[in-house]
Design a protein around this ligand. Structure first.
Ligand SMILES: [Zn+2]
Length: 425
């Protein structure tokens, strides 16, 4: 078999020893134990960690990088003011402006080693379908650099309720599906909205069944027991045979209900095969340890990126993971390795993507300047190389290649040489 190149002497996340990975026509063509593969171009990793590309399962690219235009409104004046500020911003969004900011944000993601991402896209009376159009364009234009899944997201509430913040986005979300978006979002929060949360969930499932879409709901994002619709979502998932097709994010209120209520709900979530996204942009997390212990598919995402709700962020999943480790108190190597699953295998499972360093999969790969997964997390290791479908798209090596010219530093220059990435750093 003719390989385009080989990465040898790699440490992998899921198996002991040193491994060689051969890439041909954008796919992983061979995976063998040992330190040598015969290819025209060979990159010797010297035991550094090679993983499949990271998967960022929860972001908000449509409003990314807008924080500076509204300042610290959330911190100063609270959630309702931030919601109003976002509405104002969205009313002024253009398709081109959404495209430009989302592309800029995605360059940060790619540089951080993310090769697949899911983003919420708001569709409502304020932004109408301009964010949807912008993100659909970005999805097409960056298809060779990153896989992008879009979620039609009713940030402003599903039903319209006069004299409240709940403004009714249902018809816009349906139009977004008609434009080609394949996942339905939700913003079900009994603490925030006055309309019946179960009626919202019913309406979301109705739409999902009609359009054969997966569901990815912001759910119970509330510090208190007033919002607890999680058991209902799990029941409906089982009732509609939607196991494996539903994700929920935040579920903060699960941390406030009694232990027995929480245990019962977690059992239901497990049986319904619901993925739970935890987002350390929020400091008060849900019961992460109990969910992991029960075998629930727990996923970590980077969430909002410098917008009126969250002023921080650089789209780096490794940074989000370190924060998650700190907030949950996970420190042992085996626990860090377990958390690693939340930005790799678990996230890919939630997005229903083929995944891992296995023959036949797309060569979406990241080389870390570290010798173990725990070291990569604790040291926030430099991404030496990021490959998407076999092409080098980011990493230290990629940057040097761009600044110095491909002849001097490109992969293909090192014909049959065994080169350590250390030489480039
Ligand atoms: Zn979110």
């Amino acid at each position: 078999m003719n390989l385009d190149y080989a990465l040898t002497n790699a440490t992998l996340a899921d198996r002991a020893g040193r491994w060689c990975i051969g890439v041909a026509e954008g796919k992983i063509a061979t995976v063998i134990e040992g330190d040598f593969l015969n290819a025209q171009t060979v990159w010797n990793l010297d035991g550094k960690v090679l993983t499949a590309g990271l998967v960022d399962a929860h972001t908000h690219l449509d409003k990314a990088l807008t924080a500076e235009s509204v300042g610290d409104v959330f911190a100063q004046n609270g959630l309702a003011s931030a919601i109003q500020a976002v509405r104002q911003l969205k009313s002024n969004f253009t398709v081109a402006d959404v495209e430009q900011r989302a592309s800029q944000a995605l360059q940060l993601s790619i540089a951080a080693g993310t090769t697949a991402i899911r983003t919420n896209v708001e569709a409502d009376a304020f932004v109408e379908l301009r964010a949807v159009e912008g993100l659909l364009n970005v999805q097409r234009s960056l298809t060779h650099q990153i896989d992008i899944q879009l979620v039609a997201f009713p940030q402003e509430g599903w039903f319209a309720v006069p004299d409240t913040l709940e403004s009714g986005a249902s018809s816009y979300v349906e139009q977004a599906l008609q434009r080609g978006i394949k996942v339905i979002g939700g913003n079900v929060n009994q603490g925030l909205w006055s309309s019946n949360p179960e009626a919202q969930v019913d309406a979301l499932f109705d739409l999902a069944l009609r359009y054969d879409c997966d569901l990815d709901l912001h759910l119970d994002n509330w510090d208190g027991v007033e919002a607890f619709t999680l058991p209902y979502v799990a029941q409906k998932t089982i009732e509609h045979n939607y196991q494996g097709r539903v994700a929920v994010s935040h579920i903060a209120s699960l941390a406030y209900v009694s232990k027995s209520q929480a245990q019962a709900a977690i059992e239901l979530v497990k049986n319904a095969e619901i993925s739970v996204t935890v987002l350390p942009t929020r400091i008060k997390l849900t019961r992460v340890a109990e969910l992991l212990e029960a075998g629930v598919n727990v996923v970590c995402g980077t969430d909002n990126l410098r917008d009126p709700f969250v002023r921080y962020g650089d789209a780096d999943l490794l940074k989000a993971l370190l924060l998650l480790a700190q907030l949950t108190g996970y420190m042992a190597n085996r626990d860090l390795e377990r958390l690693w699953q939340t930005i790799s295998n678990n996230a890919a499972k939630m997005l229903r993507l083929p995944y891992g360093i296995n023959v036949g999969n797309s060569a979406d790969l990241v080389v870390f300047d570290a010798y173990s997964i725990s070291e990569a997390i604790l040291h926030q290791a430099t991404r030496l190389a990021v490959f998407k479908s076999g092409q080098l798209v980011a990493g230290t090596m990629h940057n040097k290649q761009r600044s110095r010219g491909a002849e001097e530093l490109g992969l293909r220059l090192y014909n049959s040489d065994l080169i350590s990435p250390r030489r480039w750093t």
